[in-house]
Design a protein around this ligand. Structure first.
Ligand code: MLT
Length: 261
């Protein structure tokens, strides 16, 4: 089913009386990056995936976004859909939204899954890189930026072994509104750091990191898992930064084990 909530496009699969899982995508992608998980879990769970403001089919508006607004959007979806104790599952930017959502209201969630992400805010170096990316979009166009960025997200093996999937995702990223993409870059570079909160995160947490993820490497995610009390960490073999897309079988298995624990 497709719904509109607060200008956001929300997709659901499965029976709404079952345990809800909300999937939050990374940047610069949309809800379709979770297709493998939704197909796998839709018979046993109520699966919800939405397009983050500015990306996919959600409203772009003026492109002035903050991480707080992204979290407000998530809470609005939960309230309007009357979801009780959903599981939250976010990748990278979706993970930034999830960390901040935990910091604000962990009690409304059953558990949380962080894929290829981190709790730290952008360093000054990364802020400057983001500023250059915005300049690149303004001067060379969106495709020049997304082609480079998407290639850096996926592991080399996936790019050569699954060129059709990789190219489809890369092409899709060129179709977003540049105002929305730049807005997401600014929301990420201005986000707060949730690391100090992690010892207070008490609900069960699963952290997954692609073996070859250079953006949020397994060593970094393992360190985060070490300070989250009720957490499990897994390295996803044969994967870069997009582990749910690159190695869905392993990711689905680990999520299933975690949910059944
Ligand atoms: C993502 O996959 O969401 C991005 O790599 C996040 C980022 O640029 O920090």
């Amino acid at each position: 089913m497709k719904l509109k909530i607060n200008e956001l496009t929300v997709f659901t699969e499965g029976d709404k009386t079952k345990q809800a899982i909300i999937f939050v995508h990374g940047f610069p992608y949309d809800h379709t990056m979770w297709n493998n998980q939704i197909n796998y879990f839709k018979n046993d769970y109520y699966c919800i995936a939405y397009d983050v403001r500015g990306l996919g089919n959600s409203a772009v508006g003026d492109g002035q976004y903050t991480m707080e607004q992204y979290v407000d959007d998530l809470f609005e979806i939960i309230n309007v859909m009357e979801l009780s104790n959903p599981v939250l599952c976010g990748l990278s930017m979706g993970g930034y939204i999830s960390f901040r959502a935990m910091e604000r209201e962990q009690r409304i969630f059953k558990s949380v899954i962080f894929c290829d992400t981190k709790s730290q805010a952008d360093s000054d170096e990364i802020k400057l890189v983001r500023a250059n990316k915005i300049k690149q979009i303004n001067t060379e166009g969106l495709a020049a930026f997304t082609n480079e960025f998407v290639a850096a997200c996926f592991g080399k093996a996936f790019q050569s072994n699954s060129p059709d999937i990789f190219n489809k995702i890369k092409t899709r990223s060129t179709t977003y509104n540049p105002i929305g993409v730049k807005g997401a870059l600014i929301a990420m570079l201005s986000r707060t750091d949730s690391t100090k909160f992690l010892p207070e995160l008490k609900i069960p947490a699963l952290l997954l990191a692609g073996e070859h993820d250079e953006m949020t490497p397994p060593t970094l995610m393992k360190e985060l898992a070490n300070i989250i009390p009720n957490s499990k960490f897994e390295t996803v073999p044969n994967s870069g930064h997009m582990s749910p897309v690159e190695n869905p079988d392993f990711v689905n298995k680990k999520i299933k084990e975690f949910l059944n624990d």
